[in-house]
Design a protein around this ligand. Structure first.
Ligand code: KG4
Length: 350
């Protein structure tokens, strides 16, 4: 059984092919056009998706060594994300599935990130979590602790009340004039810096929720003061600034996660989303595994940022449940009670 999966929620156009839940191909075209603007420009993103979608899907089908007529279903990201970007993937998926007379499967992008740990590249790739597990989902738009009870039953224990972790990193990087996206740049610099060189404010909020806007402001104000004394402060200290910023964010993320593990008693802990590519966060996971006997799941780098493989595996589980989408199902930018009701049992939210 072959599934074609399509992801176009933000600035990556991606297509994947799976056979019986095993990944055969995963092709992604990233968009460099946003770099000069310091962030994703929605209008440019949808135009680039239009240009990329046909070649990317063609390449995914070719790399899987199949013909499009072999496909049994088309899975696609329905939301949340940028509406103009989503519309390209959703419309393409509808037209493609219709022309082949095969069913469509709508996938929640966040559910895809959380289930990325079930992507299997071969039959003997069997290191997947069992249920329930906790997943720290950290990306440019989300920071959540999700309790995953089954493929389709997920409970958000906590989430950011303002900025996401990736957003905070990107904004601080922009303030330092380091470029976009800031995550990989900060990660690289942090490896050469002293994480205890500077101290930034950490939020003190109840429960499992996160807040990163205070940290961003604290970073900005500190930087302003230091720049008054030394106009080249950033150049002189960029490694230490990156390392200290990264440590602060990782500490905030891990503190709430430790609390969730303690309160739920669930010791299988996964990390997902673009920020899970961060080496400081990955090291913190490994350290917690050793210290607190967690069984951890860290995705391969290629499955941390947006990719169609995770949409494909989520689509595969929905296919087994015969949970198909109707042709008139609209894309959604944000999860609301209304659009959750329209599709299956998604409980993850943006
Ligand atoms: O999941 P993702 O590709 O897109 C969504 O937000 O849905 O995540 C993108 C975010 C950006 O904020 C980017 O800076 C961050 O992930 N990121 C990283 C790293 N690689 C990407 N943050 C820290 N360290 C990295 N190595």
């Amino acid at each position: 059984m072959y599934i074609l999966a399509i992801e176009s929620s933000c600035d990556d156009t991606s297509a994947a092919v799976l056979r019986d839940g095993i990944l055969l191909s995963n092709v992604t075209a990233s968009q460099s056009v946003h770099e000069e603007y310091g962030g994703v420009v929605p209008e440019l993103a949808s135009r680039a998706h239009q240009q990329n979608i046909v070649p990317v899907v063609d390449a995914a089908i070719k790399r899987a060594s199949i013909m499009k007529e072999d496909l049994n279903a088309v899975a696609f990201t329905r939301g949340p994300g940028l509406m103009g970007s989503l519309l390209v993937g959703v419309s393409f998926a509808k037209g493609f599935a219709r022309s082949l007379g095969i069913p469509m499967i709508d996938v929640n992008h966040l559910q895809g990130h959380v289930l990325a740990h079930f992507i299997r590249e071969s039959e003997d790739d069997n290191d997947q979590p069992t249920f329930p597990y906790l997943c720290l989902l950290v990306s440019g738009g989300n920071s959540q602790i999700v309790k995953v009870n089954s493929y389709k039953d997920m409970e958000i224990l906590g989430q950011t009340i303002d900025d996401a972790a990736g957003e905070a990193i990107d904004k601080c990087s922009k303030v330092m004039g380091l470029g976009y996206p800031g995550g990989p740049i900060i990660d690289k610099l942090a490896r050469q810096g002293n994480a205890d060189a500077f101290e930034f404010s950490k939020p003190d909020i109840a429960g499992y929720d996160y807040s990163f806007s205070g940290l961003k402001t604290s970073f900005l104000y500190h930087l302003r003061d230091w720049l008054k004394e030394d106009p080249d402060f950033i150049e002189h200290h960029k490694e230490d600034l990156a390392a200290s910023l990264e440590k602060t964010i990782v500490d905030i993320l891990m503190k709430k996660l430790r609390k969730a593990v303690k309160d739920t008693g669930i010791r299988q802990v996964a990390v997902a989303g673009g920020v899970s590519a961060n080496n400081g966060l990955r090291n913190a996971f490994r350290d917690h595994a050793r210290r607190y006997h967690w069984k951890i799941f860290i995705p391969k780098f290629s499955y941390t940022t947006d990719n169609a493989a995770m949409i494909g595996i989520t689509g595969y589980f929905k296919y087994l449940d015969k949970d198909f989408a109707s042709i008139d199902l609209p894309a959604y930018a944000r999860v609301t009670n209304q659009n959750v009701g329209q599709s299956s049992s998604h409980k993850t939210q943006s």
